[in-house]
Design a protein around this ligand. Structure first.
Ligand SMILES: [Zn+2]
Ligand SMILES: [Zn+2]
Length: 320
């Protein structure tokens, strides 16, 4: 089958990849659409140096074989990334995505930039009737935005800022906007910020530089860093209110250097936030509560163009 491999230094397009054979408790999925995530781009920059295998973790596909869940056969599905060992304290306490021996598709196990992929049955979620594959493919990143509502009690009478004007920031903005909270999005690109205008007030990041001590009125109770760069945490620490909450969503290759003493002094809560729940994300998509631009689709062999795309979201469509 066709597949995009990460070989430790870059991507390789192969046509001779073996069709995977599902293990016990796994289903075989024929991939229909697979989206490129900024995490995939970070992998190419060295975020997962030990990984060798098929890239990709955002997909919609059709179950072609499932011994354990025959009811899934023929269904259009999406799937979660993290497969835990099933027996450790993390797996037994609902924290499978933190299992120390977890396998993550596209990061430590073969992913979805291929014609077929195997996935554990319990990570598979059927796409509700009436939800198009082109929209359902947004489930995984949207779930990561919904995770914030699981982790932090958002008091909608206060205010929040989202740092970043990329895809994840856009999803987070739409999710937070549903709470009715006063929302400000801080980004670098006026053209991208325009898209946020229906949901939030928009500001240019440069307006906040040089960073200084912002007044209570200028500051924010909740600050989400979805900038994808080190600058995000610096700005977040500057604009968060005393006793406020910073939610960190950015993952990037490289290390940030920050003065952590402001956290105890200002009693700031720092929340790390990663993958989230699929079912609420699927409901939001199905009910049209969130809206994203169409994915720019490429055949797998056009991976270089797909990765270079400046579209809101680029991805791959597998032909029949
Ligand atoms: Zn992703
Ligand atoms: Zn485990």
């Amino acid at each position: 089958m066709k597949a995009l491999y990460y070989n430790g230094t870059g991507m390789e397009y192969r046509t001779d990849a073996p069709v995977p054979v599902p293990g016990e408790g796994e289903s075989l999925i024929r991939i229909r659409l697979a989206n490129i995530c900024s995490t995939d781009r970070e992998i190419l920059k060295g975020y997962r140096p030990d990984f060798r295998g098929i890239m990709g973790h955002e997909f919609v596909g059709e179950v072609v074989r499932s011994d354990g869940r025959p009811d899934l056969t023929g269904r259009l599905v999406v799937g979660e990334l993290n497969k835990g060992c099933g027996t450790c304290i993390y797996c037994r306490t609902g924290r499978e995505k933190h299992c120390l021996s977890r396998r993550v598709i596209g990061m430590s196990a073969d992913g979805c930039f291929a014609e077929y992929m195997c996935l554990a049955d319990h990570l598979i979620h059927p796409v509700p009737e009436g939800l198009a594959p082109e929209e359902a493919v947004y489930t995984e990143p949207l779930a990561a935005a919904v995770e914030i509502l699981k982790q932090v009690h958002i008091d909608p009478s206060l205010n929040a800022a989202v740092i970043g004007d990329g895809r994840l920031a856009f999803m987070i903005t739409q999710v937070l906007a549903q709470t009715g909270i006063g929302l400000t999005v801080i980004g670098r690109h006026p053209d991208k910020l325009r898209m946020f205008a229906p949901y939030a007030e928009t500001r240019l990041e440069e307006d906040y530089y040089p960073l200084r001590d912002f007044t209570a009125e200028e500051s924010f109770e909740y600050v989400v860093d979805a900038s994808g760069s080190e600058a995000g945490i610096h700005l977040a620490l500057a604009i968060v209110r005393r006793m406020g909450t910073i939610i960190l969503k950015s993952t990037y290759a490289g290390k940030a250097s920050v003065d952590l003493s402001v956290i105890p002094v200002r009693e700031i809560t720092l929340v790390g936030s990663r993958c989230g729940p699929f079912e609420p994300a699927l409901r939001m998509l199905k009910e049209g509560k969130v809206q994203f631009p169409p994915v720019e689709l490429y055949p797998l062999e056009d991976y270089a163009r797909a990765f270079a795309s400046r579209a809101f979201k680029a991805g791959f469509v597998m032909e029949d």
